[in-house]
Design a protein around this ligand. Structure first.
Ligand code: NAP
Length: 292
């Protein structure tokens, strides 16, 4: 593909820095967010604000989407003034949100009927990785389409893997969230165990980081837990959404995931007590309360 015109829809914690990296790499960029103020930092960097997803689709060859949940991607694509309403044959839609793999396959088929190629390309690496352009990107969809979008992925990510057909990127992301959720709960228990045994948990974390228990979760989330600094990061409500995707998908194929189910309850407890906007490392708050 010669240098494509790019569209970006959804400019939150993740979407804003990802879109900025595309703009800073010199691409013509058309953006849409529901709130005008979310588009301002992009406009300041030379991107062109749009008043609907359809307007972005009219201008762009490749349209990226980074919104919250499955119904949000549905509405951006197929709602009134959605991307599909302005579809051009040969266009590429890349959904980087974390949503259901089952619905992703359905959306890809509906877009294919309009001659639009879709990739699912959810990410891991958080706001830090989005700003640095070092995200891990897990891609599902046609390999030739993946190859055409690869240079744009390279602007946003470091570890970019084509996993398989439509929905496979979302399956990989669900695996990521299963792993992260279990690890957050384990780190929370370890930090509490240290403190309740009269041992400095900061020192314990420091020691563990050099051994087999060392991990990004212990490093980043462990520190947040010890400082009780739960500014997101990754919002609890979004992690709850991801565990719903995991458990729904597992149920549909008759799969038991007991650890994921338990951690989903911790997330439910946080959201139910009004803490849904905190970083999901706040799971430690639930575990601490159980022993108060
Ligand atoms: P966020 O800060 O809440 O941003 C989401 C953005 O999507 C907001 O700007 C929101 O607009 C927009 N949006 C939601 N529904 C929409 C709709 N129906 N139409 C148009 N715009 C809509 O969330 P985020 O942290 O950037 O996460 C975005 C996606 O990335 C989620 O699927 C999340 O699970 C995934 N993710 C997040 C992280 C992380 O560390 N944060 C890491 C990996 C993956 P308004 O501002 O107008 O509400």
């Amino acid at each position: 593909m010669t240098r494509p015109v790019v569209g970006f829809i959804g400019l939150g914690i993740m979407g804003r820095p990802m879109a900025l990296n595309i703009r800073n790499a010199g691409y013509e960029l058309h953006v849409y967010a529901r709130r005008a103020e979310s588009m301002q930092p992009l406009a300041d960097a030379g991107a062109i604000p749009s008043d609907s997803p359809a307007a972005v689709a009219q201008a762009a060859d490749v349209v990226f989407i980074m919104v919250s949940d499955t119904p949000d991607v549905e509405s951006v694509l197929f709602g009134e003034l959605g991307v599909a309403s302005a579809a051009k044959a040969g266009q590429i839609v890349v959904d980087m949100s974390t949503i259901s793999p089952v619905n992703t396959r359905d959306m890809a088929a509906r877009l294919a009927a309009l001659d639009i190629d879709m990739l699912d390309a959810p990410v891991s690496g958080g706001e830090v990785g989005a700003i640095a352009g070092t995200l891990s990107i897990m891609v599902g969809g046609n390999a030739a389409v993946f190859a055409r979008v690869q240079p744009l992925f390279g602007v946003m990510g470091g570890n970019i893997v084509h996993i398989g057909d439509h929905g496979c990127g979302q399956v990989a992301k669900a695996c990521n969230q299963i792993t992260v959720a279990g690890a957050i709960a384990a780190v929370a228990e370890a930090m509490l165990f240290a403190r309740k045994n009269g041992t400095d948990p900061y020192k314990v974390r420091e020691a563990l980081l050099g051994g087999f228990a060392g991990s990004k979760i212990l490093e980043v989330h462990g520190k947040r837990m010890l400082d009780h600094n739960f500014q997101p990061g990754f919002k609890t409500a979004l992690h709850q959404k991801d565990m719903d995707i995991v458990l729904d998908t597992a149920r549909q194929i008759g799969l038991a995931l007991p650890t994921s189910a338990m951690v989903a309850q911790f997330l439910n407890a946080l959201v139910g007590s009004g803490d849904g906007e905190l970083d999901s490392s706040a799971i430690v708050k639930v575990i601490e309360k159980m022993s108060q």
